[in-house]
Write a protein that binds this ligand. Structure first.
Ligand code: PTT
Ligand code: SF4
Length: 613
């Protein structure tokens, strides 16, 4: 087999042992890599109902067949586990040198099991696995820990690590890496913390191209691709503002989250938009092998260097009505240092200010108060006072507050919605509703098409088709090959390039339809995972966005009064299910599973719920 090492390194932190398992080409072709490998392992090995923060959960770090290879933007890894935030399958995509080093160490997947009796750093050097006691690192923020890692292992050591939020089991703690890289929104950092695993460091010495089917071809394609993406970026100037270019666009189209998603634009939004960010830039950060580095860092109001992406600015800025870029920079820096997801943190604080304003909860926090937001972020990371309550995420908070507060807790399946306000975007609302891990824009960013190429307010089933098309590309292909999707989405670097890379690395020609079938397998298995966990509590309504988008119209501007319509959303959801071959509860039918070669999943799921034929 070429393209994959064919090896899974399985490490047990409870008894400090490890073993190496192999997989064959059939497995690799069926699941491709990254998200696919993680999903399949977690489905097969986790008993339903286990505590995501207990010893039975497993932390997966997974590569794809091109991650780490010298080609555009391949320095990415998938991190995954059963999510402590949603209770379903959860994952994230992080830029890290681990993409290169784990491959050079000879593995495609690292599975971490058990719980250590003391804080450890897992240090992998080819076939040597070291469990290093790092009691003195426990309690440190991520920036200090990265410095300690560099001191101990050298300045280029490939790492993944957590901050205090992961240690204290905040349900939306992320895993961090390098300057400004973070991933695993559904609490994968808390899973790492529950295992007392402060950091993972990997060094490998094998030749990266040893497992490549046609090394010369791959090197040639890789360097041509890097040159091409660089040229495309020079023409598009996308990296001048990077992801934050979208902020003024969302504001102009009434799709910006402002004041816990109640408003859709704000007259001060220009103070935190892409132009403002670009002007404030003091440094640029990027992932390994990136030729269009998108991380714009500014000096925040406490003199830290803080890297800001759109989601961070949208959720910690506009959503909290904080239109002061250095102040937003500080909130972002704190989230990075403690290892908190910025999207969920912005949503939790927005919801908290909202329930206080509505008189549903006693507290002093108000929209626009960056000083208080700073204090609250610290309290969340340490679970101090009200921070313990906020650390559960908006769904758990609303369940405790009750009084219909769930209507404006901005989440789907427990995962907080990212920074797109969909009061008048039915297609994007469907994308959030049906994203495999809960409300994440990474799967189907249909809003761009909905606002530019489609009739915006329409519930045309074509929108369901588009959502599936994008889920296949973004949530399937890019999460399976494990490479950054920005060259494709932002610079127009064609998908054919990735098909050619896979051919050169694995020797296998995957027609696009094979990629889409693999992607459909991911979506069927993510859904099966949720259904197996929730059993008879699984209902179609778990694919609904919050009621606010249906009940609370856009307050002002040219779209004043616009809001989503329940009946039509429900019809659009039915169209989506039909296209996927799922029943009207949103569960794949036996036939759909069979078509994807997943009879085993269908059989097991039948133990928990009646499947439609
Ligand atoms: C991603 C989510 C995003 S998506 C952002 S900004 W974005 C937030 N970033 C955070 C951060 O920073 N610090 C922090 N403490 N929390 C954060 N939470 C939020 O996490 C990220 C880039 C970006 S920037 C995006 S869109 C693209 N995402 C990709 C993806 O998902 N898959 C893929 N194949 N390629 C992608 N390329 C782009 O990567 P999650 P990163 Mg992230 C500081 O992981 O859990 O999916 O959440 O990984 O290395 O930081 O790169 O406007
Ligand atoms: Fe990383 Fe941004 Fe480059 Fe993608 S474009 S690889 S997210 S720096």
């Amino acid at each position: 087999m070429k393209g994959w090492n064919g090896k899974i390194l399985r490490v047990n932190l409870s008894n400090k042992t490890h073993l190496v398992e192999t997989f064959n080409e059939d497995f690799a072709k069926k699941w491709l890599g990254g998200r696919g490998f993680a999903l399949k392992i977690l489905w097969d090995e986790l008993k339903p109902g286990i505590n995501p923060l207990g010893p039975e959960n497993k932390l997966i770090i997974a590569l794809g067949p091109i991650s780490g290879i010298s080609a555009p933007n391949t320095g990415k890894v998938v991190v995954a586990a059963k999510s402590p935030l949603t209770g379903g399958y959860g994952d994230g995509n992080v830029g890290s040198h681990i993409a290169i080093q784990l491959r050079k160490a000879g593995y495609d997947v690292l599975v971490v099991e058990g719980i250590s009796d003391e804080p450890v750093c897992l240090y992998i050097e080819d076939d040597k696995v070291n469990f290093l006691s790092v009691k003195e690192w426990w309690g440190n923020g991520t920036y200090e820990t990265i410095e300690l890692i560099k001191e101990k292992f050298g300045k280029n050591a490939a790492h993944l690590l957590i901050g205090q939020a992961g240690e204290n089991l905040v349900r939306y703690a992320v895993i961090r890496s390098m300057e400004g890289r973070a991933g695993g929104r559904p609490g994968i950092g808390a899973v790492m913390g529950s295992k007392k695993l402060k950091a993972i460091v990997v060094k490998g010495t094998k030749n990266l191209y040893e497992i490549v089917a046609d090394p010369e071809k791959m090197k040639q394609l890789g360097s041509q691709g890097m040159k091409k993406v660089k040229e495309l970026d020079e023409k598009s100037h996308w990296t001048e503002q990077s992801t934050n270019a979208i902020l003024s666009w969302c504001n102009d189209f009434d799709a910006l989250p402002v004041k816990n998603f109640r408003k859709t634009s704000h007259p001060l939004s220009h103070q935190i938009d892409g132009v403002a960010l670009s002007k404030a830039r003091i440094e640029t950060y990027g992932c390994p092998h990136c030729v269009m580095a998108c991380g714009i860092a500014i000096r925040d109001d406490e003199d830290h260097v803080s890297e800001l992406d759109y989601e961070n600015v949208g959720m910690l800025g506009a959503n909290l009505e904080i239109f002061d870029l250095p102040a937003v920079g500080t909130l972002n820096y704190l989230c990075d240092d403690y290892g908190l997801d910025t999207i969920s943190t912005g949503s939790v604080l927005g919801f908290y200010a909202d329930v206080i304003e509505q008189g549903l909860y006693a507290g002093k926090f108000k929209f626009g108060d960056s000083k208080a937001a700073k204090e609250l972020i610290k309290k969340i990371a340490y679970r101090e006072d009200v921070g313990d309550f906020l650390a559960g995420g908006t769904k758990r908070m609303s369940e405790k507050i009750s009084n219909n507060s769930n209507e404006f807790a901005m989440q789907v399946k427990g995962l907080e919605i990212s920074a797109y306000n969909c009061k008048f975007c039915p297609g994007m609302a469907l994308a959030f509703g049906t994203a495999g891990i809960g409300a994440h824009h990474k799967e189907a960013w249909v809003i761009m098409y909905e606002l530019t190429e489609m009739e915006r307010g329409s519930y045309d089933p074509k929108k369901a088709e588009k959502v599936i098309e994008l889920q296949r590309i973004r949530g399937g292909l890019f999460e399976g090959i494990v490479s950054c999707r920005f060259p494709w989405i932002e610079e127009g670097f064609e998908l054919e390039n990735y098909r050619d890379y896979i051919k050169a690395t694995t020797g296998i020609t995957f027609p696009f339809n094979d990629f889409w079938e693999i992607a459909d397998r991911y979506y069927a298995l993510m859904r099966a995972f949720f259904v197996r966990e929730f059993k008879d509590k699984w209902v179609r309504q778990m694919d609904y966005p919050p009621a606010l988008w249906f009940k609370d119209p856009i307050p002002n501007g040219k779209l004043a009064g616009k809001v989503l319509d329940w009946r039509q959303y429900d019809e659009l959801l039915s169209a989506y299910y039909e296209l996927r071959g799922w029943d009207d509860r949103g569960i794949p039918t036996k036939t759909a599973f069979e078509k994807l070669g997943m009879d085993d999943v269908s059989k097991e799921l039948s133990e928990y719920t009646d499947l439609s034929p």
